[in-house]
Design a protein around this ligand. Structure first.
Ligand SMILES: Cc1cc2nc3c(=O)[nH]c(=O)nc-3n(C[C@H](O)[C@H](O)[C@H](O)COP(=O)(O)O)c2cc1C
Length: 168
């Protein structure tokens, strides 16, 4: 799995090759396996097939991945009755990353489409997905077979690592 972590890159162009519903569900399962603060598990998923993605693409910015991709998974949090303050966003982010890594491990390309706290996107996405008040949309994972090749990540740039304590 470490190799899938390093290989994961943002893919924005996808081929027409199908991805089975079974594969999509395995990816959702990886999202559902993410850790959750105090195990409150507020994360919810909305799975979009090609038909739903085509309808969705008509209403949002950056349409191409939704037109070309095979599946999209909106990672949401149900905050109704939720008592862990802002931790729902961390739970959603952990779920999202699991989804992207699982897709990479399965030989698929993926993209994290950011939604939460983006005024230019959030209202349109919420309306298109019929998300009720009290439920947040963190972001949407788009999944498909990659039509672009990208180098894997490697190494740690020294500028991002402090040893022992923060050093200016
Ligand atoms: C919270 C978050 C939101 C993002 N939103 C978008 C987005 O809306 N559209 C997009 O094309 N890429 C989006 N990305 C992907 C980033 O642009 C990408 O991760 C970054 O350029 C690094 O490239 P890599 O993912 O290939 O390592 C998002 C990434 C994160 C973590």
């Amino acid at each position: 799995m470490v190799s899938a972590i390093m290989k994961r890159r943002s893919i924005r162009k996808f081929t027409e090759e199908k991805v089975s519903a079974d594969s999509a569900m395995r990816i959702v399962e990886a999202g559902a396996a993410a850790p959750s603060a105090m195990n409150r598990r507020p994360v919810r998923f909305i799975l979009l097939d090609k038909e739903a993605m085509a309808r969705f693409a008509e209403k949002v910015a950056q349409k191409e991945p939704f037109i070309e991709g095979q599946w999209a998974i909106a990672v949401c949090a149900d905050r109704r009755g939720y008592d862990q303050e802002g931790a729902w966003l961390e739970d959603c982010s952990a779920a999202m990353e699991n989804i992207l890594i699982a897709a990479t491990e399965m030989g698929l390309g993926s993209l994290w489409y950011g939604v939460y706290a983006r005024p230019a996107k959030e209202p349109q996405v919420r309306e298109a997905l019929k998300v009720p008040k009290g439920v947040e949309v963190c972001g949407i994972a788009v999944i498909g077979h990659a039509a672009e090749e990208k180098e894997p990540h490697r190494g740690v740039d020294s500028s991002i690592l402090h040893i022992g304590c923060w050093k200016e």
